[in-house]
Design a protein around this ligand. Structure first.
Ligand code: CO
Length: 134
């Protein structure tokens, strides 16, 4: 059911520093910063030949990554994003198999203007999983 790895997300305390490391030290192509006020994060995308890295920085007071950064002050891997063809069919299959979907279970529009869902890390090998309909 799941398809390509769309991105690996890394939460960081300092987006400028993360951008500099990937642009200068690692020689990667890095996007501009984009505020995502609906999601409480600022994002930067690193384009790699086979996938992307998404940097997540805190935006506003109720950012969903604030608690993660409190536990991981240097930053760390936050989630994996897999592509699916039909997010409702994917959700229904996962729920039928006992997997938990976070929030109200309804897809939200994510950072690429496409529907996304997040899955409970305890049900997926200790890793937060994002599904994106492509
Ligand atoms: Co993501």
């Amino acid at each position: 059911m799941i398809g390509r790895l769309n991105h690996v997300a890394i939460a960081v305390p300092d987006l400028e520093a993360a951008t500099a490391i990937y642009r200068k030290t690692l020689g990667a192509t890095v996007s501009d910063m984009v505020d995502q006020p609906d999601h409480g994060v600022t994002t930067v995308f690193v384009e790699l030949p086979n996938t992307k890295i998404e940097f997540l920085g805190v935006l506003g007071e109720n950012s969903p990554i604030a608690a993660f950064l409190a536990k991981n002050p240097a930053g760390g891997m936050h989630h994996l994003c897999y592509e699916v063809d039909d997010i409702y069919a994917a959700r229904d299959q996962i729920v039928a198999e006992g997997g938990r979907v976070l929030g109200d279970g309804e897809p939200k529009i994510g950072a690429h203007d496409k529907p996304v869902l997040f899955l409970h890390p305890k049900d997926f090998c200790g890793t937060l999983v994002e599904l994106e309909q492509v």
